[in-house]
Structure formats: structure tokens, C-alpha cells
Design a protein around this ligand. Structure first.
Ligand SMILES: [Zn+2]
Length: 412
């Protein structure tokens, strides 16, 4: 690459004032340049995270602090997820208790166990600031507004505990919104798609006032469209992919993607096998049977004792050999489509690691540089890659902060 080399050499003689521009013309490397902050917007954690059983530094998870550092993953949204259960007093109480446990675990990681290695970001501007001090970044996202119960006061508590995005809904409808995957066994009707409820609309207004990003991933199509209409600030889809590339209920169709562009929001394309690639129902059935055969009812296979984990891994290898998993190339196919349809400013990245995510080539945080390499191979510029990895999400986060500040001023 003579031209690149020449321009790099030429830079040496150029004044310091021009040096920034020259650095950007330098040859690309496998790892992102320091100016590119790699941010993964969806990393799940188990309920016993940051205890003696699950050490955030070394735990056998797809994301631990050692793997983040090795793979050049600077920042992640660690997720306070609760599964949807019956909307009863017991169900709400359990969801709130589980959510608090996860908030506490993230704070324990960053404030007691590894305060020298990772720091919590409370504002968009913290995300580039913290890596400059040599630390990793933990932001906090909530997955499933079910943990709010029917009491939106809990939203303020989520904010105080560090939540900077809240996913309205998960698999199964809740009091805020309809799900992309309703659960008939919980009494969810198949039709009509009524989108965001009156309580959900109130929750969105409060999120706007607090400075919490509204996340529409897992929401039905109408939920996503309603959220964009109702929110006074741009929304995010923290982990979703593209329905035109692979028709899956968790993916977004073109109309919704175009609405995200008009909204000024961002879709974080997710490295989730079944969303990226059309896998036959037999694969899902084989995976369910495998989980049952090792007694895994919920959670990650990484929680299994060694003997059953070995059985699981062997079964998984056989399933993957028969129906190969999606790859980093499949992931970037979804990014390519989204970028062509709605532009480079509205597309980002998420793994869903430790929540079912991971594809061949990006099986855990230590392989993060492979994603950057694939984007480079497809011709994305440094600037484009920086937008995809974090720039777009941080722009939305900043706009959400600005909206909250404006609403606070208007109220005075
Ligand atoms: Zn999810």
C-alpha cells in the first residue's frame, strides 16, 4: 500500500496542527485505534454475578474483564434482566428483587472488587473518558420494564442505581408494552398489536425527564413505532437485527428501520445466531432437547457442573456441525443492509453475550477485534467504524441527556 505509506511518511514532516488528520490516514491495524471506543450494548450477567461463585475478572462467561481487555472491548452495557412471569404481586416482587440483585452485583464489581480495572459510566461523556485512564467501562441497561412493576416511582430508583437505558418489554407482554414474541401461556393475545400502553407512555415521558434511553428491542412493531412517536428524544434498539435479511420476529422490518432513521435513533445489530441466519426449527428443537437432557431449565450452560457441562458441549458441537452457526460475516451482512437503508449514523453493534449471543468468529469478548477486521475488509472507514462501535449510541445518549436538561429547565 504505497500510497498509505507515503502519506504516513509525509505526515512526519507536517506541523503538529495537522497531525490528527495524518494519524487517521495511517495504515489500519487489527485492533481499533485508541480513538475508536468499542462499546457492546448488551451483555447479560447471572444472578450470582460478582460473588465468590462468579468472579467478573475470570469467570467462565463470554464476557469477563480479562477477555474484554484481551479483545479490545472497551465498554459494555451490563444488563439488569428479568424474565417475564405472571403479572401477580409475587411476580412483580420477585422481578424487583432480582433486578436489585443485578444492580448491586454491577456496583460490587466496579466499586469493591475491581475499582482499579472498571468504572461505571453515568453520562455519555464518561464512556470515552474512562478508557483514557486505563480502565474498562461498565454502563447499565435494564431489560424488561416488568421490574418496574406498575409503580413508575421505581424508574427513579433504576436511574439512581445507574440505569441509562430501559428496554420496555421482553418475551411476553407486560404492563408497558406488547412483545415481539407474546406468550400465550401467560395469557398474551396474539392480536391485535396494541403497542405501548398508557402506563408505557407515562414511563417513556418519565424516562425523557430522567435522561434514560428508551430501548425498543423485544418490543412488537407497534411498540417500536409508538415509542418513537411518544419519546421526546431518539430511541435505541439495544440488540436487534434486520428482518429483510432474515425474517425473524425479533428483527426490525424496513418500515421500522426507516422510522429509526427519521427519529434520529440507532439500531444495535446483534450477534445472535437465530436472528442473523435462517435456522430450521429442528435446530431449535435439538437445542431444547439438549438443554433438557442436562437439566438446564434456565440460564447459561456455563452454570452447569463440569460433568454435565462436558455433555452439553459435546451435544452442542454435534448440533453446530449439522446446522452451522452464523458467522461474523453474517453479522456484518445485517450491518451492511441497515447502513444502505438508513445510513451509517443509525447503526451500531451488540453481542448479547451470556444471554444467548455469539457467532462463529465472535464467540466471546476476547474475539472483538475480528468484528472490526470484518468491517475494515468490507471497506468501512475508520470514521464509519467508530460510529458503528460507539459514536452513534453516544450521540443518542447525549441527546437524551440534553432533552432531560431542557425538560428540567422548562419545568422551573
Ligand atoms: Zn434480549
Amino acid at each position: 500500500m504505497t500510497t498509505v505509506r507515503q502519506s504516513t511518511l509525509a505526515c512526519v514532516a507536517i506541523t503538529a496542527a495537522l497531525q490528527f488528520g495524518c494519524e487517521r490516514a495511517a495504515e489500519p491495524t487489527a485492533a481499533p485505534a485508541p480513538a475508536t471506543i468499542t462499546l457492546d450494548t448488551h451483555i447479560d450477567i447471572p444472578l450470582d454475578y460478582a460473588t465468590a461463585a462468579v468472579d467478573p475478572l475470570t469467570a467462565d462467561l463470554q464476557v469477563n474483564l480479562t477477555k474484554m481487555a484481551a479483545g479490545g472491548l472497551d465498554a459494555g452495557f451490563f444488563i439488569v434482566f428479568v424474565g417475564q412471569t405472571a403479572r401477580t404481586d409475587d411476580g412483580y416482587a420477585q422481578a424487583q428483587a432480582d433486578a436489585l440483585k443485578k444492580f448491586e452485583a454491577i456496583h460490587r464489581m466496579a466499586e469493591q472488587l475491581y475499582q482499579d480495572r472498571i468504572e461505571i459510566a453515568y453520562r455519555a461523556a464518561d464512556v470515552p473518558r474512562i478508557p483514557a485512564s486505563g480502565k474498562l467501562v461498565a454502563a447499565i441497561g435494564v431489560e424488561n420494564g416488568f421490574s418496574l412493576g406498575r409503580d413508575l416511582e421505581f424508574l427513579e430508583r433504576h436511574y439512581t442505581l445507574g440505569a441509562r437505558y430501559v428496554g420496555l418489554v421482553h418475551d411476553g407482554d407486560n404492563d408497558l408494552a406488547r412483545s415481539a414474541r407474546p406468550r400465550p401461556q401467560l395469557g398474551d393475545p396474539a392480536e391485535p398489536d396494541t403497542g405501548v400502553s398508557a402506563l408505557g407512555a407515562e414511563a417513556i415521558a418519565r424516562m425523557n425527564r430522567l435522561g434514560i434511553m428508551v430501548d425498543v428491542s423485544h418490543g412488537s412493531k407497534q411498540t417500536a413505532l409508538d415509542a418513537m412517536r411518544l419519546s421526546g428524544a431518539p430511541i435505541i434498539a439495544s440488540h436487534s437485527s434486520v428482518a429483510s435479511v432474515n425474517a425473524h420476529p425479533r428483527n426490525m422490518d424496513d418500515e421500522t428501520l426507516l422510522a429509526v432513521k427519521a427519529d434520529g435513533g440507532v439500531v444495535q445489530i446483534v450477534a445472535f445466531d437465530a436472528y442473523l441466519k435462517n435456522q430450521p426449527e429442528e435446530k431449535a428443537a435439538a437445542l431444547r432437547t439438549l438443554r433438557e437432557s442436562v437439566g438446564l431449565t434456565a440460564g447459561s450452560p456455563r452454570s452447569l457442573p463440569p460433568d454435565r457441562r462436558a455433555l452439553y458441549d459435546e451435544g452442542l458441537r454435534e448440533i453446530e456441525a449439522r446446522w452451522p452457526a452464523a458467522t461474523v460475516a453474517d453479522l456484518v451482512d445485517h450491518i451492511d443492509y441497515a447502513v444502505k437503508l438508513i445510513g451509517i449514523d443509525h447503526v451500531g453493534l451488540a453481542s448479547d453475550f451470556d444471554g444467548g449471543g455469539g457467532v462463529t468468529g465472535w464467540t466471546d469478548a476476547s474475539e472483538t477485534a475480528n468484528v472490526t477486521a470484518e468491517l475494515e475488509a468490507r471497506g468501512y472507514s475508520r470514521e464509519d467504524i467508530a460510529k458503528i462501535w460507539s459514536g452513534n449510541l453516544l450521540r443518542v445518549w447525549s441527546e437524551v441527556e440534553r432533552t432531560a436538561a431542557e425538560l428540567a429547565t422548562a419545568q422551573r
